[in-house]
Design a protein around this ligand. Structure first.
Ligand SMILES: C[S@@+](CC[C@H](N)C(=O)[O-])C[C@H]1O[C@@H](n2cnc3c(N)ncnc32)[C@H](O)[C@@H]1O
Length: 282
């Protein structure tokens, strides 16, 4: 029997024979909510990109900096985190609430493991809620009771899309539903995106990204690495704040000097594997 943190039997809803993106990613972060089907995929990925655990952690460190900046510098006190993943250390609500204890967060995910295990863990405080929904359906997400009751769309909102948009294969489709989210955001809102990148420039980074994507295909056919230009379209016509669309460890927020590059030990090709940016709605 598989039980969730509230002690409920969730064996019926979680198919342990099929790998889950949420669980494979959680494995890279050192989490325990995974099964042999997830570990098989993870081992294959590690053969071509042994830096994967470092990258998963780097993404979480970027999330921390991006949400910290929005909360501190932009005074944003409400967040919609799409494709939240399994709860780990320093989730969006912990980051935002460490800046402002009144901050509110709604997490959205459609993976049965995240729904079963995550809801209980994430609902550890009254200003955090969870919507079991498909983020490619903005109308449904925005009409979800958790979203409607927790967030006030007449004030700035932080929209978080960390390592999620590359799970939708059709770029036009992503751009279309992004437009619906961006349209609904009031002035002063911010959008934070991290995304798998293939520069498609014949470089070693491009070869590595293509190999990774190919290895993932049989398990997660909708995964798409995109060029920086394609990823930039996901912000619609919003302007990126400095330093723009960059490697994860290069984003520290506008005007923040970085004296050392924590990623000196990464292979150059692997360092271009994930990019991120934050845009603000004027
Ligand atoms: C790689 S994890 C990223 C987790 C987290 N955002 C982070 O950066 O640490 C991708 C997450 O997106 C979720 N996801 C993928 N497609 C989704 C969809 N259409 N609707 C809702 N969640 C989705 C997966 O279930 C998974 O939890």
């Amino acid at each position: 029997m598989t039980t969730n943190p509230a002690g409920r039997d969730v064996s019926a809803v979680i198919d342990v024979t099929k790998p889950s993106v949420a669980r494979v990613y959680d494995l890279a972060l050192g989490g325990k909510d995974n099964y042999e089907s997830d570990r098989v995929v993870y081992r294959q990925i590690m053969e071509i990109l042994p830096e994967v655990p470092e990258w998963a952690k780097e993404n979480r460190r970027w999330l921390q900096r991006a949400v910290g900046w929005m909360a501190r510098e932009q005074r944003i006190d409400q967040y919609l985190d799409l494709g939240a993943g399994l709860p780990t250390a320093q989730n969006t609500h912990q980051i935002a609430q460490s800046e402002n204890p009144a901050a509110r967060v709604v997490y959205v995910d459609n993976d049965p493991s995240v729904i079963a295990h995550g809801r209980a863990l994430l609902m550890d405080n009254e200003r955090t809620d969870f919507a079991a929904a498909d983020f490619t359906r903005p109308a449904e997400v925005l009409a979800d009771p958790a979203v409607k009751e927790t967030l006030d769309f007449s004030r700035p909102v932080g929209l978080i899309q960390a390592l999620v948009l590359h799970h939708i294969s059709d770029l036009d489709e992503v751009v279309a539903y992004q437009a619906e989210y961006l349209d609904r955001l009031p002035s002063g809102s911010c959008v934070a995106i991290s995304h798998a990148c293939n520069p498609r420039d014949g470089s070693e980074a491009a070869t590595l990204a293509a190999t990774f994507e190919e290895k993932f295909q049989p398990h997660f056919p909708s995964l798409r690495f995109r060029t920086p230009a394609e990823i930039a379209t996901l912000f619609g016509d919003l302007e990126l704040v400095d330093p723009g669309l960059v490697r994860l460890f290069d984003w520290h927020g506008p005007g923040i000097e970085v004296d050392d590059t924590p990623a000196d030990h990464y292979r150059d090709a692997a360092s271009r594997f994930l990019v991120c940016g934050v845009a603000r709605k004027p």
